[in-house]
Design a protein around this ligand. Sequence first.
Ligand code: ADP
Ligand code: MG
Length: 603
Amino acid sequence: MTDIIHLLPDNIANQIAAGEVIQRPGSAVKELLENAVDAGADEIKLIINDAGKSLVQVIDNGKGMSETDARMAFERHATSKIKSIDDLFRIKTMGFRGEALASIAAVAQVELKTKREEDSSGTYIEIENSKVVKQEPVAANNGTSIAMKNLFFNVPARRNFLKSNTAELRHIVDEFIRVAMAFPDIFFSLQSNGQEVFHLEKGSLKQRIVQILGNNYNAKLVSVQEQTDYLNIMGFVGKPETAKKTRGDQYIFVNNRFIKSAYLNHAIMNAFSEMIPKDSFPAYALFIDLDPAQLDINVHPTKQEIKFEDDKIVYAFVQATVKHALAQFSITPTLDFELDPNIQRLDAVSKPMSSEQKSSTSSSSLYQTFTQKNQAHFVERNSDLKHWKDFYETPSTPNIPLSTSTLPSLHKEYESEQPMMQLHLTYIVVQREAGFILVHQQNAHERILYERYTHAVAGKPIATQQSLFPATIELSASDAVILQELLPDMKELGYQLEPFGQNTFVVQGTPADVNMGSEKGAIEKIIEQYKHFSNDLKFSKREKLLRSMALQNSIKAGIALTQKEMQGLINDLFACETSNTTPNGKPTFMNFQKEEMDKMFGR
Ligand code: ADP
Ligand code: MG
């Protein structure tokens, strides 16, 4: 018997480790941009070919690397950014794990060119499979250029897992925006397949936000700023009237790092509550700065989740500050001052932090040793905000034992104009010979629309009504990528949209049943819904669109229906191929047998 355990060769170990850091071209974009920022560059260019699948290149004018450092940089755990565990609590750089370049070198072909100001010549290195295949001195500008070619060329299984170019490009644009937004004093550009998609001159944060989110935010941003000993917050929120049906333009940064936080998002939404309709989302770009010791950025390798030492205080602070800013803009006369009755009706605006909150801050465990915080599995503490999660959860299919069945013979029975009854503005009671059925109006309409749309894309296009005064929609760059992708299918569905310059579309026509004037909101909602589905691999792009539209355009619960409308709905429902469930499998109606009811009453 021989022993069977052996050490994995470095390149394989690196490939495995790379899986956590580099999942797709977008992850490389994030890492390379962050390295350029850390190198002190004030000009950073991103060049992409083939949605990053064949090339991701970042060129910066930062401090460059020495010849030895240039080789070292690709080793695992090679970093110039921390030396000891204590440094973790003083992090001022974007990176610190020393894993990104090693990971990239394990799963792609890399070409590095770098030069420091003090050196007369630069260094050129080519790496493949974690091995240096070429190294030579080279004439170069100060700074660094890293080109990552043919991502996953040596891991075909992962290459096949990459999504369509449109989807991968969208991830890249998201990552690019998240870095560019946080550093307005750095010039950024993004070139994709030879075309410049972004050209962001240095400027103020406000200018950067407008450059990225679109000109329609010009003069529509409210400044948010508050400083305390514990934390600072600064940034902008969109005025209530700019709230959209999509949640795209929302950014939170902690110590200049983009984070995803349903919890803080909730705090901001709360500050807006009463000022915007329930199903719309304000834009915001907020920067929270606090002592790195108050954070655990070690939670997730891609570092988008973050744990605050005291998240309740951060929540209260964010909410109060945003609320304060919103109230402030309505009482400070400015050039673009608009009287918003909703804001005037607001209660007295709470101060950023009450003295109670302040004392609880200072008595909280700020200065504890890091033994208990900073754990990767750090458990979120209980909060009394029990329902904040509802915000993010999409409605799930209830697990009701179905008593519905498809009853083909029903159709005829309902053609007779018998009176129907609406209950709770949600249900329709339809009497039939053998009992009655209870129809859920939204679920039923969702099914009807879904089948209508399915037929539309299968060759029976829905009629378009031409807009008399075509509206334009300006979207964020990433939403524009989505809409562009959906244009051909949307045309079959009656939406005639035309690209009109950067991230802008003109609505030339809509389906006949969309009210003129509300086409903008309708389209934004469809995009938002589409994004909800977008991680669902089992659906095609088209299927996602059909489902999104059916969901968005269906009559909602709470809408009063006339006899004629109820009649129409029921007729359409039973003319469907599958009338008993929504596309997602929720029941559209329940069947109640008279016989069963008689039994219940002992008859
Ligand atoms: P980390 O950023 O976590 O330190 P990386 O693998 O991303 O790890 O980079 C390793 C090291 O290579 C960095 O610590 C830095 O010293 C150097 N480096 C990477 N990119 C650049 C760059 N664009 N300019 C200068 N130095 C760089
Ligand atoms: Mg890095």
